[in-house]
Each structure stands twice: as C-alpha cells, then as structure tokens.
Design a binder for this molecule. Structure first.
Ligand code: ADP
Ligand code: 5GP
Length: 189
C-alpha cells in the first residue's frame, strides 16, 4: 500500500540529508517537490528543488485549494501541492514530504493515515553548527531559523516517531526501519 510520509523537524537538523539516504535505500518512494516564495539558492533548480512561485501566484493557487498544506516560515510561503501526492498514490508510489511543523500538523489532520517522523538534533547547539556548516543562510537568517527551531522542538512529542539525527548512518537506519515497517503494515516502535 502506498503511503504518505511526513518528515519534519527544525531547519538544519538533517531532514534533507536523511531523506536522500532513505530514497536511495527504499524503492517505491518519491519526494514531493514543494512550492515556495523563497528565492532560489545558488544551484537550486525550479521544478527539481522547489516550484519557485511569486507571492501572487502562490496565494492564487492557495485560494483555488491546490495545496494539501501550506505555511509561512521565515517570512516566506511554503506548501505541498495536492497534485504531488494525488498523482502518485494511485500508481502505488509512496510520497515523502519534507515540511516544517505547521504543515506537518495540517497533513496529520487531513490525512490521519499518513506516517509522521520528527527529526530531532542530538543537542540544541548542533543546529547552529549545521546551519553554519551548510553555508546557505546569512547569520541573520540562521538566527531567525534558530528562533523558530525552539518552538518546533517543543512539538516533537506530538509526532508518532522521533529520530535523533546524531550520526547520519545510524539515524538513516532507524528512519529506514520506520518506513519499511509502515509500508509493511507493521509499525516499528
Ligand atoms: P535540513 O534539511 O533539516 O534543513 P540538511 O539536510 O540540509 O538539514 O542538513 C544541514 C547540514 O547538516 C548539512 O550541511 C548536512 O550535511 C549536515 N548534517 C546532516 N546530518 C548530520 C549529522 N548527523 N551530523 C553532522 N552533520 C549533519
Ligand atoms: P528551506 O528554505 O531551508 O528550503 O526550507 C525552510 C523550511 O520549510 C524547512 O523546514 C522545510 O522543511 C520547510 N518546507 C519545505 N517545503 C515545505 C512545504 O511544502 N510545506 C511546509 N509547510 N514546509 C515546507
């Protein structure tokens, strides 16, 4: 049975890194490409990394009900287009959503059958180190993301599964077990 997997957690915790590992390990999973009003970072490609939309277009599509969920994060809009999910599930393809916490809550409400995984940092300080190491955000943007992270971390316990991303291979093993368990109908606890 195809399923929706929501992977959430604060910026810099390693969601993208762990999802890339997961997609390489478990066949039959595809990543949903989100829409955003954030400007592309260097190297990001429209349609591959995000559907980059201007604010007007984003709001127009939101009004038309095209989003399964959407939220404002660090001053920009982000959302999952229903089409990203709806075209895959009937083909038996499971969909991974990499989204922030407000959106994850909306998906949980709209699709209680979805599986939800919160990725947590080993220590709060590791988030700053990882964001600096990633080199994609200015010091001001990092501060803003860390302020949001404090609120997001408090939400961890709401989620069905929590994986601490201490070491990439160990955390990816745990995430893989969770996903395989959900796909086989035997949830890993
Ligand atoms: P997110 O998608 O949650 O914002 P990323 O996957 O972009 O986070 O990871 C942020 C940074 O942390 C990247 O530079 C990544 O290489 C690094 N990283 C990811 N997981 C770990 C880990 N377990 N230990 C150390 N660094 C990590
Ligand atoms: P970034 O700007 O680093 O790409 O993403 C910022 C935050 O937005 C991250 O926590 C990321 O998971 C989240 N995000 C990306 N796409 C979506 C989406 O479609 N919906 C929601 N709600 N959040 C998203």
């Amino acid at each position: 049975m195809a399923k929706v997997f929501v992977i959430t957690g604060p910026s810099g915790v390693g969601k993208g890194t762990l999802i890339a590992e997961l997609l390489g390990r478990v066949p039959g999973l595809e990543l949903s490409v989100s829409a955003t009003t954030r400007p592309p970072r260097s190297g990001e490609v429209d349609g591959r990394d995000y559907h980059f939309l201007d604010r007007e277009e984003f709001d127009r599509r939101a009004q038309k009900g095209e989003f399964l969920e959407h939220a404002t994060y660090s001053g920009h809009r982000y959302g999952t287009l229903r089409s990203e999910v709806d075209r895959r599930l009937p083909e038996g393809v499971s969909v991974v959503l990499e989204i922030e916490v407000q959106g994850a809550r909306q998906v949980r409400a709209a699709m209680p059958e979805s599986a939800q995984v919160f990725i947590a940092p080993p220590t709060p300080e590791s988030l700053r180190e990882r964001l600096i190491g990633r080199g994609t955000d200015s010091p001001e943007q990092i501060d803003e993301r860390l302020r949001t992270a404090e609120i997001e971390l408090a939400a961890a316990e709401e989620f069905q599964h929590v994986v601490v991303n201490d070491e990439i291979q160990r955390a990816a093993d745990e995430l893989e077990r969770i996903v395989r368990g959900e796909l086989e109908g035997v949830p890993y606890t």
